[in-house]
Design a protein around this ligand. Structure first.
Ligand SMILES: Nc1ncnc2c1ncn2[C@@H]1O[C@H](COP(=O)(O)OP(=O)(O)OP(=O)(O)O)[C@@H](O)[C@H]1O
Length: 310
């Protein structure tokens, strides 16, 4: 039997809804994933998984290569649609929405292979994600989702951009302040490069720019796919510090990461996937020594090759 079954956090599902171990109230989950499924040509990449992320919680997904981690993030963020199951954010069902709508609901992400806009400056890259949150400059934004009325929204926004309104000017000032604040988070690295195009940045600085862009929208849930991929140990340590700062600020995070030391240092809970399923979940120290988890990785090292996790 898995040690993870001894983890008290796993008993939560057996308690009456809304009560904690001591019978007191616990916050409603921010993200609830229920029996999520996704196949590729018959391969069950995500095979009926269920998990939650609470407000202010840092939850990491680990697992051998090909176990379904990135697919899970892609489903949560609407990058690809699920074939079954249900996802809710703050009580609102999001699995039927597209990526842009899910971003508006409060989920921001970074990608495994980095997706900074090459010819935009650092500052513009950070700003670009905020356009989904604009109210005064984009009062007709809800029309943009209606195919036939998109042009009405576009013309309206163009008009406001040209003439400006007091509210849109206040919004502009807020955007500038937010971009400055997010660049300041990575000050030594991004500060001197705020006007440089992304293509001229180091790989690590492009990843930092992406994280700053995701944070600029003040997401309810920050989804990070291998934020330290390709980084050396000192750069990785820097990212860990920044994640710990975000955690202290109360930012809820869903993280996929191969570097186990970082995962163990920052996570409140760790979910372990293998073959599209969750094979264990619980507190980091419990999961780390779970024989089922150790076997999943050692099995691959011995016979299947693949993971550098343990
Ligand atoms: N677009 C796709 N088309 C076909 N198969 C896919 C696609 N995306 C993922 N898969 C397959 O789904 C399975 C899960 O892939 P996924 O990328 O989610 O794994 P992962 O755990 O994130 O792996 P890694 O640690 O290597 O990033 C793999 O077998 C992969 O080949």
């Amino acid at each position: 039997m898995s040690n993870a079954l001894l983890d008290p956090t796993l008993l939560d599902g057996l308690r009456p809804r809304g009560t904690g171990a001591d019978g007191g109230r616990v916050p409603r989950a921010l993200l609830e994933v229920d029996r999520l499924e996704r196949q590729f040509d018959g391969l069950k990449a995500v095979d009926g998984i269920s998990f939650t992320v609470a407000p202010r919680e840092v939850v990491s997904i680990i697992g051998p290569n090909g176990s379904g981690k990135t697919t899970t993030l892609n489903l949560v963020t609407g990058t690809i649609p699920p074939h079954g199951g249900r996802i809710t954010l703050d009580g609102v069902r999001i699995d039927t929405a597209d990526a842009a709508r899910i971003a508006e609901f409060g989920v921001a992400r970074t990608f495994q292979n980095g997706r900074a806009f090459a010819t935009l400056s650092v500052a513009d890259n950070v700003e670009v994600g905020m356009h989904s949150t604009l109210r005064a400059s984009r009062p007709f934004r809800s029309l943009a989702h209606l195919f036939l009325l998109r042009w009405v929204a576009l013309l309206g926004e163009l008009f406001i951009a040209i003439i400006g309104t007091p509210a849109s000017r206040r919004e502009r000032a807020l955007i500038d302040a937010t971009v400055a604040a997010e660049i300041r988070r990575f000050e030594d690295r991004l500060g001197p490069r705020r006007d440089d195009p992304a293509y001229s940045l180091s790989y690590a600085n492009r990843r930092r720019t992406e994280i700053a862009r995701a944070l600029a929208v003040r997401p309810k849930l920050l989804v990070l796919d291998e934020p330290t991929a390709g980084m050396n140990p000192s750069e990785t340590a820097e990212v860990l510090e920044q994640l710990l700062d975000l955690k202290a600020e109360g930012q809820a995070i869903l993280l996929v990461e191969h570097k186990l030391d970082l995962v163990m240092s920052v996570s409140d809970r760790v979910i372990v996937m293998d073959g599209g399923r969750i094979i264990a979940q619980g507190r980091p120290e419990v999961v780390r020594h779970d024989p089922v988890v150790v076997e999943a990785y050692l099995g691959r090292r011995r016979g299947l090759g693949g993971s550098d996790l343990l």
